[in-house]
Write a protein that binds this ligand. Sequence first.
Ligand code: 13P
Ligand code: SF4
Length: 328
Amino acid sequence: MPSAPSLGLPLASPPALSDEDPLDLCHEIDELRKKQDATILAHYYQEGEIQELADVAGDSLDLARAATRVSTSTIVFCGVHFMAETAKILNPQKRVLLPDLLAGCSLAESCPAPKLAEMQVRLRAEGRKFQTVTYINSSAAVKALCDWVVTSGNAEQIIRRVPDEFEILFVPDQHLGGYLQEATGRKMILWPGSCMVHEVFSVGDLLKLKRKLPQALTIAHPECPANIREHSDFIGGTQAMLRYVEKFAEPRDFLVATEANMLWQLQHKHPQHRYHPVPGVTCACNKCPHMAKNTLAKVRDCLRDGRPEITWQPSFDKAREALLRSFF
Ligand code: 13P
Ligand code: SF4
């Protein structure tokens, strides 16, 4: 297992007993959600059972926007820390709970704010004129140092809003940055971060699968490295993948290069197709261990106990400015 993210936050409560009946847990969650006046938001990389009980399941952009529209006083964010933090930044008055505070993100961890600040100082000292664009998969402290925030769902549009006279410093995902350079023609200074899930897809196994299913279409997340993207028929974020497969009325085979729980949502929304996960070099499942920290029992516990809660931090004010400029 990867090391716990260094968020400087209190530890989450220990996992609940694993022998609890999922149906009982769902029933308890329903009762508590009413009692606590809560809305449950879930990312497409959560286990199917969590996506199923959520009030809204979506990609990072949908969920950030959905968080600004909820009418309840509490949001339970089933996703990773930067997502819940974003929901809080956009909704200072709401209580935002994250079932496991240690649900981090390898990509966000790869770009600590002090290191980014150092790089910005160095580039300015060299006389470079640039704006900094961060992927939403970053801490609030990083967002506070940035001009723009992008998600996989709006990145190209936002990159096109950066005035031509500026170079772009893009953090923290070198692969998404590489893809955006190709898609927009804008040259970028890339931070060397990557997602531990998307980086390990095996190109050899993808090619084997393609030989086995020659009619299949390959869909890949832009967090995948170039060697996977170049063998793909479609590159897009999780919401864009759903829109892409929806266009095919006849049943098709899709080879899917993204986190494996996405297959649940694809199957749920478009059951006429067959979906095949592209395997990883080191494991066949490609599940995000950070997303997997949230369980039904922890959703119940956080609703019952009112914690772990995302509390307002000094960096949130500046991060909010960058988020509002970019998303609304
Ligand atoms: P999207 O939801 O924007 O496709 O992002 C994927 C991701 O890696 C979230 O951690
Ligand atoms: Fe972070 Fe990758 Fe997990 Fe997304 S899938 S939360 S980018 S580690």
